[in-house]
Design a binder for this molecule. Sequence first.
Ligand code: SAH
Length: 277
Amino acid sequence: MQLPELPSFEPGWVWLVGAGPGDPGLLTVLAVKALAEADAVVYDALVDDRTLRLARPGAVLEFAGKRGGKPSPRQPDISQRLVRYARDGKRVLRLKGGDPFVFGRGGEEALALVAAKVPFRIVPGITAGIGGLAYAGIPATHRDVNEAVTFITGHNVSGEVPDGLDWPALARGAPVLVFYMALKHLAQIRDRLIAGGRRPDDAAAVVSHAATDRQRMIVTSLARLVEDTATAKMEPPALVVIGPAVELAAGLDWLGAIEGRTLDPDPLKLKGRREAG
Ligand code: SAH
């Protein structure tokens, strides 16, 4: 296979790269190249071990994330580390889960590089809210279901449910809502959505460790979301999806099918509805 000519990874540069949701097979060609060539890899908690094993032998691997409930390193510290490695003439790979520009603070780190006059490249990755959900058989859009999808963070800079959001508008704005970082404030999120006009019997799913060896999913309703998530002991990282896209998993859980699950070719029961109508 002849790959297209790729940009060379120059010493003194930082590549800010998305590693996708987990499965190393979802890395981009540029991410694999960066792993093979980097002198220093500064990585997040969400980066899969299998991905880190692709790093060049001899590369410095530096963890820059939350671990065991300890607070994460301050963002300026991470940025300063990137600058220091770059000024030492290293090829610096800043590897982040999913996509660096989707709830990933990639922009903040890149702006610190701009301020320090360190050259950088951004390599997008597959974000968990799209690729992770695809591994659970939940499409971000589906013609019979949604003409819009909204991605929301479940907590803001200070760790609270984002107050700056127009929750009633969110509740009614798009048929499918995808929440990142939502497990901690699930009850508040449920309450705000229902208060904003979202139907309590709307389908809901929680997908944890998507696209990894530990992927798990529960399917429930908005009303039962909090209880069922607790009963199933769902753990972060997890995505929470509200809306009829969840029902499609009965037909599109291709990973489940590999393990023997029978897929329903008409998960939305459209055939029945069309015949009745
Ligand atoms: N930049 C990342 C998101 C970082 S925020 C991206 O584009 O995917 C961290 C949140 O992302 C987690 O709390 C969780 O909601 C979600 N997430 C990331 N990886 C995940 C995975 N493999 N499975 C489920 N959720 C994931």
